[in-house]
Write a new protein. Structure first.
Length: 133
């Protein structure tokens, strides 16, 4: 069950803190030095961004996940941009071999609400990890 907290703001970025039940994410992934590396590949080129938004017919939230796993060399991490893979997930046969899936355990989330075209670069310039401490 999702517990919503009050919306908060830091340096002009609106965010909320929520506890989410376990769920599965599916999307595009890459081992990176910085999540910003995915900006050109996913958002600027638009094809994968538009595909992500179509992959779940009901929930249009796109998650940006930084994680570490055994495939990550020292100093790098896996960055995945994806959507929730639930009963509303629609598979695209043209991209299925490019998608990465991971199960997310119940956890607390800090969720930034952004206009991606306007604010994505600004958020990373301010380092969201430092913003939330």
């Amino acid at each position: 069950m999702e517990k919503k907290m009050e919306n908060q703001e830091i340096k002009g970025f609106h965010y909320s803190i929520r506890n989410l039940s376990s769920f599965e994410i599916i999307g595009f992934t890459k081992i990176v030095n910085s999540g910003g590396e995915m900006y050109d590949e996913i958002i600027q080129k638009k094809e994968k961004w538009e595909l992500l938004k179509k992959m779940n017919i009901k929930n249009k939230n796109v998650y940006g996940l930084a994680s570490m796993d055994k495939e990550c060399p020292e100093g790098k991490y896996r960055y995945t941009m994806g959507i929730e893979k639930d009963g509303n997930y629609v598979e695209d046969k043209n991209f299925v071999d490019q998608l990465f899936s991971m199960n997310i355990k119940e956890s607390d989330w800090i969720i930034f609400s952004l206009d991606f075209e306007k604010d994505f670069g600004k958020l990373w310039e301010n380092d969201p990890y430092k913003l939330i401490g």
